[in-house]
Write a protein of this length. Sequence first.
Length: 390
Amino acid sequence: MTNSCSMILLKNANVYAPQALGIKHILLAAGKIIQLFDQCPSLPNVLNLQTLDLQGATLIPGFIDAHTHITGGGGEAGFSTRVPPVGLSQFTRAGVTTAVGLLGTDDTTRSTESLVAQVYALREEGLSAYCYTGGYHLPATTLTGSVKTDIVFIEPIVAVGELAISDHRSSQPTLNELLKVASEAHVARLMTGKAGVVHLHLGDGERGLSLVREALEGSEIPARTFNPTHINRRKALFEEACQLTQQGCWVDVTAFETGDVGYEPADALMRYMRSDFAQDKLTISSDGGGCLPCFDQQGHLTKMDFANSSAMTDVFYQILGEGVALQDCLPFFTQNVATLMNFHKKGQIQDGFDADLVILDDSQRISHVMAKGVWHVFDKSLVKKGTFED
């Protein structure tokens, strides 16, 4: 099947939207889902229509990776450890059709300008891409001079992060400093309808989320503004973060190995699913392109690895392998993320939504990936590459 047709009809798709809808027929055009049909529609022959019969294969929304270092992360063991920018196919092979980029530890040699440029590059290659302003440290690295004006005036910038707390690499922000950043992000959300969250990197520090709890107790800023990530890196931190969802915070599990000190990502998601906490307040992200360093108690680097969006997909496979129903786990990768990020036409399979779709094979593995109505992976073969990918 080629990408040249203006309309595509997917027949006999077993749709999880993410709720189970059963067998549907789906008409796509101009990068959008035009309509879902119970009965296969009869369409005029004059239409430039391409038809694909899925024969009951599972169709799900494309994954949204809302924490990925699209310009590359790293740098904590010298300049030679700066990770290169993430190529298009690292996302699409993993079923990711929307990526939100950010800066981490290195918000010195990397900039918001370069981040926005990489967003535009990924968009030109067919991916939906956005980014945060700022990085680990305060004052925040920005493009216009402030967090608020970055979000208000720079279209791809939707929030601020990842601002580091409880980490020896952070700028050790005070409560007042955190509140000022959060107030700018919140007001920018009101002005623009963007996410306007403060995406918070959580380190291994024993203080955990105490600063966030103080912010919630001592201000009028809505709880949804504070969005902690890496919450599964320590067991106590995970429990603490889950409690914050009761106040209205969204919290984010990262698809990295934690050892005995934390919960492995699949374990964390399944624990949350078995809890009484609101099931729409948890998301998962990959930290793709970022480094995964280990430090001793003196802050010396002892080991380093690098993340990929495929880690998030591996968690998805692992959960399904544990017998979890697809409709129960899929929102953590799709709908919940779209709701948090105010991506109103993503994360679900509905009329009028973006045609960001993934088809699973009989073993519930990714076989096809479509981003904005264009095939990137077809029958497990990469059919669309990034500009500099071999």
